[in-house]
Design a binder for this molecule. Structure first.
Ligand SMILES: Cc1ncc(COP(=O)(O)O)c(C=O)c1O
Length: 384
């Protein structure tokens, strides 16, 4: 069965749901035991019959995502950031070392630098434009994880995941990849050798900007420690969130394909604008990482960025922003709406690679003609 057909069928069973198409919402903390014997058998806390550990709806959702990633296990957690934190906490011990891309989602960087540092965890950053050549030099005796985010946040560098995972395997290091941008539909990092995949369900799987949720998918080797860690920290998902995300999943292919199409058309349009120096979209044939993207991805989502020829003041950027009606200024992405933000690269180790102002764009499902016209108008405001 092709993936788009599977999306229709998985994680539901009408026969067990009194004929209804969608699984029902189970709300609750307590799930009563059938008898005393079952209670005694169930005393292992992580498998325990309790709302925190699993519900029929979390089982349905996790089973669905597991099939789509063709992996051994999936745990649903309460946000995309929780999906980042859980495997790092699960796989790392005190005083170990981690190598991560410098183009990291900023809260992930903060989690590593502010939280994991309390346990003596050290971090080194690799250049996302030269990942495969530099990573091996950063490996130390205590390196436990290489953390990939491809494409990188804000600047969209595609990393050579097969080469990175080959190096990691040679040194017995685990790899974690944040696959939120492509989702399972446009990239399967397990096929590229990754051990653990994290994804913010908040973005494309849910797709309607009304839920915070994440998943941690893994190979068998890491599945138990990841589930135990999530449960050990009391991390679970609300039943409404699970329901909405399972519902969102059913339409992901049409939403992502439309967002992809809009983003390609807007990116190509921006390439012709005289104020723009560089469109940071890995699916454009002139992009530095185009070849790797073409090899490892089957599509590109609605999120990309562009660099202006010069750095503009906040006052100018406000003029740009004020011309926007369809694009709204806000964090997150992956929903039906179109958004912009102005990425701040000041945390990065590699400085001065980008000289002009950068604008990140999420193309939602609006008419591309309107998106292009509005962006042109806003860019013209920079000249006034
Ligand atoms: C690449 C990436 N990973 C993880 C997250 C975290 O997701 P959440 O907002 O659900 O915590 C985000 C959020 O913007 C993201 O962009």
């Amino acid at each position: 069965m092709k993936i788009k057909t599977q999306i229709n069928k998985i994680g539901r069973n009408s026969k067990k749901q009194k004929g209804f198409i969608n699984p029902p919402i189970y709300k609750g903390s307590t799930i009563v035991f059938n008898n005393f014997k079952q209670y005694k058998k169930d005393l292992n806390i992580y498998e325990g019959l309790y709302g925190l550990n699993r519900t029929p709806l979390s089982d349905s959702f996790e089973e669905a995502v597991k099939k789509l990633y063709r992996c051994d296990a999936v745990v649903a957690v309460s946000s995309g950031l929780a999906s980042v934190a859980v495997p790092l906490l699960a796989l790392l011990s005190q005083n170990q070392h981690i190598i991560v891309t410098d183009s990291l989602y900023s809260p992930t960087r903060k989690f590593i630098e502010n939280q994991l540092s309390k346990y003596g965890v050290e971090v080194d950053y690799y250049d996302p434009l030269d990942s495969e050549n530099k990573i091996e030099k950063l490996i130390k005796k205590n390196t436990k994880i290489i953390y990939i985010e491809s494409p990188g946040t804000g600047t969209f560098e595609i990393q050579d995941i097969p080469k990175i995972t080959k190096i990691a395997k040679k040194h017995n290091i685990a790899t974690i990849a944040d696959n939120t941008w492509a989702s399972f539909l446009f990239c399967n990092p397990f096929e590229l050798g990754v051990d653990v995949v994290v994804e913010a369900v908040t973005k494309y799987i849910n797709g309607h900007s009304d839920v915070l949720m994440g998943i941690v998918a893994s190979t068998k080797k890491y599945s138990k420690v990841i589930r135990d860690t999530a449960k050990g920290y009391g991390i679970c998902c609300g039943s409404d969130e699970l329901y909405l995300s399972l519902r969102g999943l059913r339409t992901i292919s049409i939403r992502m394909e439309k967002s992809q199409e809009n983003a390609f058309l807007l990116a190509e349009h921006l390439q012709k604008n005289k104020l723009v120096s560089n469109v940071l979209h890995p699916g454009l044939s002139g992009n530095k990482n185009y070849k790797i993207w073409k090899r490892d991805f089957t599509g590109s989502s609605g999120l990309f960025a562009f660099e202006l020829k010069k750095k503009y003041s906040d006052a100018k950027m406000e003029k740009f922003y004020k011309k926007l009606k369809i694009f709204e200024l806000g964090y997150s992405w992956g929903g039906y709406e179109s958004l912009i933000t102005f990425p701040d690269l000041s945390e990065r180790i590699i400085k001065d690679r980008y000289k002009g102002s950068i604008i990140r764009v999420h193309c939602g499902l609006a008419d591309i003609k309107d998106l292009k016209e509005e962006m042109d108008k806003a860019l013209r405001a920079l000249e006034s």
